[in-house]
Design a binder for this molecule. Structure first.
Ligand SMILES: [Zn+2]
Length: 138
């Protein structure tokens, strides 16, 4: 390797190192500033300001002390108006449904013998007084 090649290699290494340092110290911060400024509501391309010497410091302080439009949007948004309760028309007055009548069961003890007219208990098959067959259910 002659001195010229060595010099070229060193120069190339320095150039590569310079590119890497540029990437780390400029491009990566620009990406972060871009995202942060965008979230504040300011135009995100303001991040490119840090390409100028000392401008990054100024931009940082400007971000720290400036009003953020994103916050103002939330502050100035009108408070949500609570929904009024829905007003329903009064329900029509329906008549009370008729209470279902209890099923009529044959009441024993309220029958009378058709022969002699004596009161029957309703369970016997023949009249105890005259012996006439009692009509069941009648
Ligand atoms: Zn009888």
């Amino acid at each position: 390797m002659n001195p010229d090649e060595l010099g070229a290699l060193i120069a190339g290494s320095g150039l590569l190192f310079g590119l890497v340092m540029t990437l780390v110290s400029v491009v990566i911060p620009i990406v972060a500033y871009w995202k942060i400024i965008g979230k504040t509501g300011h135009p995100a391309p303001l991040a490119l300001v840090i390409l100028f010497p000392l401008a990054g410091l100024v931009l940082l302080y400007w971000l720290a002390f400036s009003e953020w439009p994103a916050l103002n949007r939330g502050r100035l948004a009108p408070a949500p108006v609570p929904m009024p309760p829905p007003v329903y028309p009064p329900a029509p007055a329906y008549p009370e449904p008729p209470v279902a009548a209890a099923p009529q069961t044959p009441q024993p003890g309220f029958r009378f013998c058709t022969g002699c007219g004596v009161s029957l208990e309703g369970i016997e098959r023949f009249c105890a007084n005259c012996g006439k067959p009692v009509n069941p259910g009648g």
